[in-house]
Design a protein around this ligand. Structure first.
Ligand code: GUN
Length: 283
């Protein structure tokens, strides 16, 4: 039976460290979150981010824009927040309505306030292994989990399922920087189980309920589940068939209580990093 990687407990530990620093140094950080439209999951995610900021003492401001918002209106708001000295971090909640150009919006967020790490400047810094930029919160949280549980990465075979800009691509890069040999699988990969079965470290980030079955993994693999899906009965589950895969894996993350809380904890950490960067600019 696999050891459970407790993302909730680790997130709480990370929050405590951040809270102490904020109190000791009287840090005045503020995160602005932009939500366009009423995507149900996004509303819940934004609420969780708000609560987490409150817990540690980061100011939080939510900008709720209607579904019919124009690209110009969105860009104007981003420009205003870029200029606002009190706002230290800016996050545009994804997805946004289809008539809007999301990448253009991410490009507009100041690289110094880009706590999601989606601005091309930060994508580029990460790609060349420069740690001064921002790294997306989900892969960053997963790397923290490996550290906390002393999971050796060097020389290991890592397989990532999913190639999104938010998770799959940056995850592959971070694992490669940690000296793993990385394979990225996606919807057009043939015989995917032939790839996943070779993985010492398997990260599932494809968004399909219980896609990873026990016959797809190697005995003793470390299995990280980024999914937030619904099963046939409408119950929350991940991309991994937890019940069966957990019998064969050495470590596994649960859903909920695994990657999700760590993503939010890393958002707090990135917001404090943004504060530090902006303070250094002033001095
Ligand atoms: N939607 C789902 N995950 C994320 C994330 O990490 N950042 C943003 N901005 N939107 C998301």
């Amino acid at each position: 039976m696999a050891t459970l990687i407790d993302g909730k407990a680790l997130a709480s530990k990370v929050r405590e460290t951040i809270k102490q620093r904020i109190e000791q140094e009287n840090i005045k950080a503020k995160l602005a979150v932009i939500l366009v439209g009423n995507d149900d999951a996004s509303v819940v995610y934004v609420r969780n981010k708000n609560k987490a900021c409150e817990k540690v003492g980061i100011a939080f401001e939510e900008y709720l824009l209607p579904e019919e918002t124009t690209q110009n209106e969105l860009i104007e708001l981003i420009d205003k927040l870029n200029e606002d000295v009190e706002t230290t971090g800016i996050l545009l909640q994804y997805p946004i309505p289809k008539h809007l150009n999301v990448q253009e919006a991410f490009n507009r967020i100041s690289p110094l306030k880009d706590v999601d790490g989606f601005n091309p400047m930060n994508v580029g810094l990460r790609t060349i292994g420069d740690k001064t930029g921002f790294v997306p919160c989900t892969p960053l949280g997963i790397m923290e989990m490996f550290k906390e549980y002393n999971i050796e990465l060097q020389g290991k075979k890592a397989v990532v399922i999913g190639r999104s800009n938010i998770v799959g691509k940056p995850m592959g890069q971070l694992l490669q920087d940690a000296n793993c040999t990385v394979t990225i699988c996606h919807s057009k990969t043939q015989n995917i189980e032939k790839e996943t079965i070779t993985a010492d470290i398997l990260v599932a980030a494809l968004g399909k309920a219980k896609f990873v079955k026990e016959n797809m993994i190697k005995e003793g693999a470390v299995v990280i589940d980024v999914g937030m899906d619904r099963d046939e009965e409408g119950k929350l589950c991940g991309d991994v068939d937890f019940e069966n895969v957990s019998k064969k894996a050495s470590y596994i993350t649960p859903v909920p209580g695994g990657v999700g809380p760590m993503t939010v904890a890393m958002l707090l950490s990135n917001t404090i990093k943004a504060y530090d960067i902006q303070q250094n600019k002033k001095n």
